[in-house]
Ligand binder design. Structure first.
Ligand code: CP
Ligand code: NVA
Length: 300
């Protein structure tokens, strides 16, 4: 029996597998390939809100002639405390894969441990690997398939997106510079592992991080679950807004990315996110194509 494949973090795919998924995402977007997951069912489990992840996964399954079933805490026994281990075993009897968005990363690992079908991480407090598939596809569309030699600048919180960019650098070989305020660094273990294979700089200075970069990217200062820290974080992240002056320090052909949703006037100005260098809606669309490629890889 072939062991089931989970996608909890980008490094769950080898570099070759990751590049193959991205190449297929490109072919799917251009309509050059029509794979099918006919008869396959995917459970989408949401313990946090979502627009893009929910719609893109559901549409992805529909377009692959499969089906998606969405549950959340509000409408399932998860919200009443049914253990994840039991949920994993029950869902495994109905569906061919489970995508989950939740808080603790260890919950996704626990679900994957008890599920007999592939589990996909649709965002945890630690990682957001599906977003990075779309982000890497968007960078490739701009600069070509080979990402080595490119420089990505991350400005802001060392959050699930920052950690995922570090994993992406580790797997695909671009240089990464992160500017995070003190106390908001990315995960130390993820950083350490990436530094065995690629140049990752951590600085407190957004201007230093952005200098000559090909990609400038950021995210909200307070992620889901951190709503009570909004004011504290607004103070800590003073000076970390991606504005026109900061973008001027990047390479003249640099693009701006943001996983969305964005807070205009906080982590990014309206001028930048709605400006000519922004690729945020292309990036959002690519969630669909990249996840279709991932689903074919894991469930096909
Ligand atoms: N970028 C992203 O994951 O968006 P949603 O929270 O809307 O799914
Ligand atoms: N860092 C954000 C990403 C949302 C897609 C959060 O976790 O809320």
């Amino acid at each position: 029996m072939i062991p089931k494949r989970d996608f909890l973090a980008l490094p769950d795919l080898s570099t070759e597998e990751l590049l193959n998924v991205l190449a297929r995402a490109g072919r799917l977007k251009r309509g050059e390939e029509r794979p099918t997951l006919a008869g396959k069912n995917l459970a989408l489990v949401f313990r946090k809100s979502s627009t893009r992840t929910r719609v893109s996964f559901e549409v992805a399954m529909n377009q692959l002639q499969g089906h998606a079933v969405v549950i959340s805490d509000r409408d399932s026994q998860l919200g009443r405390g049914e253990p994840l281990a039991d949920t994993a075993r029950v869902l495994s009897g109905y569906v061919d894969g489970i995508m989950i968005r939740t808080f603790a990363h260890s919950d996704v690992e626990e679900l994957a441990h008890h599920a007999s079908v592939p589990v996909i991480n649709g965002l945890t407090d630690l990682l957001h690997p599906c977003q990075l598939l779309a982000d890497l596809q968007t960078v490739q569309e701009e600069f070509g398939a080979d990402l080595s030699g490119r420089t990505v600048a991350w400005i802001g919180d060392g959050n699930n997106m920052a950690n995922s960019w570090i994993n992406a650098a580790h797997r695909t070989g671009f240089d990464l510079r992160l500017a995070c305020p003190e106390g908001y660094d990315p995960d130390a273990g993820i950083l350490e592992r990436a530094r065995t294979s690629v140049d990752v700089v951590l600085t407190r200075d957004p201007a230093e991080a952005v200098s000559g970069a090909d990609v400038v990217t950021t995210d909200v200062w307070a992620s889901m679950g951190q709503e009570e820290e909004v004011e504290l974080r607004a103070q800590a992240f003073d000076g970390f807004c991606v504005d026109g002056a900061l973008m001027e320090r990047a390479h003249p052909d640099a693009i701006f990315l943001h996983c969305l949703p964005a807070h205009r006037g906080e982590e990014v100005t309206t001028q930048v996110i709605d400006g000519p260098r922004s690729r945020v809606f292309q990036e959002a669309e690519n969630r669909l194509h990249a996840q279709k490629a991932l689903l074919v890889e894991l469930l096909g």
